[in-house]
Design a protein around this ligand. Structure first.
Ligand SMILES: Nc1ncnc2c1ncn2[C@@H]1O[C@H](COP(=O)(O)OP(=O)(O)OP(=O)(O)O)[C@@H](O)[C@H]1O
Ligand SMILES: [Mg+2]
Length: 343
């Protein structure tokens, strides 16, 4: 069997900010194989974008340090690669679509030139004109967009242009980091549908980073749940979303399903998102976990254990100790409550 396109194993990343250290990844493991659609979910600050940046060698130099674990692309270890050696790997085999297209697109360059440059970077001999039209068609934009500047387009159209630039590189894996967050609900749905169409038409793998469980449920075959710099649960999306193995995943699902309360507030998981200023001794979720046992904070972070079908795993001491998922479900619901998130 060929190696996965992207394989991240027990990755540890620390940011050395001027006034503090942030242990942003404390053991993140993730794989993306051919023709897969993978979702990465987790609260803000859980390390989702750090994983994406690490996968493209885009961690800020002089600030971020990989202190452990490994990254491999198509079976090649790229963990310690120097910055300039990353260049040939960017775009192909892995391309990225960012949340904010305006910060990526050149404001004074027409769309056709921006797509054309991406084509030429990967295939210098190629004539770009027809290919630009093909790519615009692929992202379901009219050919007339080719002569537009980014500021003349709507947010959804810019996101499509960014996808065309990424696809111009002929990636095997497209990483989309919160591609819909800045868009209105209707446009979000269109972009999700487009990602699915692209995945099916080109057979390209998609790794979608999202806060939105409903989007992941609709689009993804596999999913990873991140908490405090770790992947705490992974496996087939439909199985996780019907039988979550980790109390955190259960809490996320409960919060996502719940309606607003009488004061118009949404449900969140009780307790604060943990500070990443320290490495965790025990389970990082223990302080917020409604089924935490005394030793959850004291023992080492729980290893991943099988939580269902063969490749559905979760990192929870309850699973290690043989208690079933249903125990979590009974008690974990107590952890989702309505608290101060304003509508
Ligand atoms: N350049 C940086 N310097 C210092 N700390 C950083 C830097 N970039 C990210 N961090 C910190 O690393 C942690 C993980 O950040 P990251 O952006 O990966 O989270 P995220 O899951 O993508 O969050 P969001 O959902 O808000 O996008 C956070 O605590 C964040 O404040
Ligand atoms: Mg992010």
């Amino acid at each position: 069997m060929s190696a996965p396109i992207l394989s991240i194993n027990d990755l540890q990343v620390t940011y050395h900010a001027s006034d503090r250290q942030v242990f942003a990844l404390q053991g993140a493991t993730l794989k993306a194989g051919a023709s897969e659609t993978i979702g990465v979910v987790g609260e803000s600050g859980s390390g989702k974008s750090t994983i994406a940046r690490a996968a493209l060698g885009l961690l800020p130099s002089g600030v971020a340090e990989i202190t452990g674990g490994s990254i491999a692309i198509n079976g090649r270890d790229v963990t310690g690669l120097r910055r300039r050696d990353w260049q040939p790997l960017r775009g192909k085999p892995i391309a990225m679509v960012f949340q904010d297209p305006l910060s990526f697109l050149n404001p004074v360059m027409r769309v056709d030139r921006q797509i054309g440059e991406a084509i030429r970077r990967h295939a210098p001999q190629r004539s770009t004109k027809d290919r630009v039209v093909d790519l615009l068609e692929l992202v379901q934009l009219p050919a007339s967009v080719a002569r537009s500047y980014p500021h003349e387009l709507s947010g959804g159209m810019r996101q499509r242009v960014l996808m065309a630039v990424a696809l111009a590189c002929e990636p095997s894996l497209l990483i989309a980091d919160e591609p819909t967050t800045a868009l209105d609900v209707t446009t979000q749905a269109e972009i999700v549908k487009l990602l699915r169409d692209i995945q099916r038409t080109l057979g390209v793998s998609v790794l979608l980073i999202s806060h939105n469980l409903a989007v992941v449920a609709e689009l993804c075959d596999q999913m990873y749940v991140m908490y405090a710099g770790r992947v705490v649960e992974s496996g087939p999306a439909d199985e996780i979303l019907s039988h979550p193995g980790h109390p955190y995943t259960y809490g996320l699902m409960t919060a996502a399903r719940s309606l607003r309360d009488a004061d118009g507030r949404y449900a969140t998981i009780a307790g604060d998102v943990p500070s990443l200023a320290e490495r965790f001794v025990g389970c990082p979720f223990a302080a917020r976990c409604p089924v935490a046992m005394e030793h959850c904070t004291q023992l080492a972070p729980p290893p991943t254990s099988v939580a269902g079908q063969a490749n559905h795993v979760a990192a929870c001491w309850h699973l290690v100790e043989g208690k079933g998922r249903d125990d979590h479900r009974d008690i974990a619901g107590a952890g989702a409550r309505h608290e101060g998130v304003q509508a």
